[in-house]
Design a protein around this ligand. Structure first.
Ligand code: NAP
Length: 244
């Protein structure tokens, strides 16, 4: 299989850990970010210092024209993408009745349309080459629903549905599509939660701790690897046992 992996939302948190892990597996890394150019460039520098190949690409995944431009730039700079990790995203806690239609649309735009845009852009080349692995990052809230996160839960459930249907469609073309649905993972996404809330979330987790980005990166690395060669259309949920 080719050796270029593109990770959306790779400047921080889970995406960053996935980028580091896949670089260690020998992939040249396309670091897709949206606003934090400094963080993306820091990661690229760190990867290169460690002997890996990496380049940063700015893109709003919700915008199909941005994704097309990014794909062109990645092809020119690194080559054809064989591994696509759709990780870009954000959370928002709000009562359902307070979610505006703009907030609803943006949530769908980044998570669901964003995943559509990248898959739509990179799949034709994967199908032609008869190779490729896609890993979509959902959430345990997409599996069970989260109060005050209806729009987030809805799009993350949508990502699971997209994964399953796409896996059936492109399996015969030699492409695997899987989903990782993380539990609570300590990233910037959790920065607005106070210590007490974080402790109560850890207490509600059978493994008695919150997750780290590397917990998710390890699951993604497994799904990308040949060890998962017979796995497609599945959802793995590293959540410490919070959802069983
Ligand atoms: P994070 O630390 O806040 O990082 C989010 C990443 O997504 C950043 O790299 C950000 O880029 C990028 N991003 C956001 N909007 C984007 C857009 N429109 N286009 C391109 N990139 C965009 O979040 P995280 O916790 O690592 O979350 C990563 C994924 O895991 C998300 O899909 C999230 O829903 C999912 N998840 C997280 C948790 C958790 O507890 N942390 C649990 C379940 C699922 P910039 O840096 O450029 O802004």
């Amino acid at each position: 299989m080719g050796n270029v992996a593109l990770i959306t939302g790779a400047s921080r948190g889970i995406g960053r850990a996935v980028a580091v892990r896949l670089a260690q597996m020998g992939y040249a890394i396309a670091v897709c970010y949206h606003t934090t150019s400094d963080k993306a460039q820091e990661l690229v520098a760190e990867l290169r210092e460690n002997g890996h190949t990496a380049t940063a690409f700015c893109c709003d995944v919700a915008n199909s024209a941005h994704v097309e431009m990014m794909a062109q730039a990645v092809r020119e700079e690194l080559g054809e993408v064989s591994v696509l990790v759709n990780n870009a995203g954000y959370a928002q806690q709000k009562l359902f009745t307070e979610i505006s239609s703009d907030e609803w649309e943006r949530m769908i735009g980044v998570h669901l349309t964003g995943t559509f845009n990248t898959c739509h852009t990179f799949l034709p080349s994967m199908i032609r080459r008869h190779e490729g692995v896609i890993v979509n990052i959902s959430s345990m809230w997409g599996q069970i629903g989260g109060s005050c996160e209806v729009h987030y839960s809805a799009v993350k459930a949508g990502v699971i549905g997209l994964t399953k249907a796409l896996a059936k469609e492109v399996g015969p073309s030699g492409i695997r599509v899987n989903c990782v649905a993380p539990g609570v993972i300590m990233t910037d996404m959790m920065k607005d939660f106070d210590e007490e809330t974080l402790q109560s979330l850890a207490d509600a987790t059978p493994l008695m701790r919150l997750g780290a980005p590397r917990d998710i990166a390890n699951a993604v690395a497994f799904l990308v690897s040949d060890e998962a060669a017979f796995i497609t259309g599945q959802v793995i949920s590293p959540n410490g046992g919070m959802v069983i």
